[in-house]
Design a protein around this ligand. Sequence first.
Ligand code: MRU
Length: 372
Amino acid sequence: MSVIEAVRWSPDGDGVRIIDQTLLPERFEERDMRTLEAICEAIQFLRVRGAPAIGVAAAMGLVVSLLHRAELPPDELRALAREHAARLAATRPTAVNLSWALDRMLARLDASSGDARALLAALRNEATALLEEDRVMCRRIGEHALELIPEGARVLTHCNAGALATAGIGTALAPIYLAAERGRKVRVYADETRPLLQGSRLTAWELERAGIPVKVIVDSAAGSMMAAGKVDLVIVGADRIAANGDAANKIGSYALAVLAARHEIPFYVAAPASTLDPSLEKGSEIVIEQRPRREIAAGFGRATVPEGVEVENPAFDVIPAELITAIVTDGGVHRAPYDFRSQGEQKADSRQQKAGRARAQGSRFRVQEGSQ
Ligand code: MRU
């Protein structure tokens, strides 16, 4: 079975190739994004989605958006890069991976010298490093979280925190893939995840494709499934984790955590270090994206809410740290009391190390830097 690559360079290296996730499960179509507008639209409309994937896509998109400006004086290219990064960062507010990846791109720009071509080469190398690092982080999360998934486990997950949401094998789904790879029997319940159905459309699609048993349930079935003893553990991804361990994730995650606590079922959050936001003390400081009315009111291609009735459509909610049994990052399994302030420092240090490592590694689209 071929590997899912939710985001990668197009074969000519001049575009960002994504799987258009709005079309799944009916159609598998890849699209090459070649302009700033196309990348912003793809992120905003969730053609590419999931916190790590949008960070990587935005970083690569920044490169693509500047490719035809190689004749600009370096200062003008730098200014344009900042302008484009700001537009990309504004597409979705909740996942910190987006601004984190773009900040890294701008830091690389600041640390680079030479003409516009040299600056573009440096940016391309940084975006490629981000892509490669995300793959590695996913696998590490999977390795660490494997100890939490016993043989025969019946796992409930929400939204999609799998390969489609990252550049690798996912975060919440990473240990499921590794458990299956090692012959462990695991069964998954995928919450359908209203209103955009990432669970039923995407999680079910990618697990079925991998031959992992999966059943879709409507979101409101989770409580009675737990009460009936059909769920052994819950694992979800995250879009932003505050220093105290409060974690923002797809709307409905909070309710699931409350239900899991009520039924004494472990509730795990899996996310890479790029999802930690040590600048926020607690989850109430996280900005929650509000999505358009049509996602609820016309979600099935027909009116599902009377025309004159208002809707409220927050895309995420915050799981309080006290309801989280463990947070698994690429650095290991963390248990309460959580304190990701120091992790933030490590994140900053390891960023520089990783950038150095990635520079040393070389890659397919790596181009010569520093050429005048
Ligand atoms: O709105 P989406 O589909 O981008 O929301 C995605 C989620 O909430 C995921 O659980 C989260 O980004 C983690 S993905 C590894």
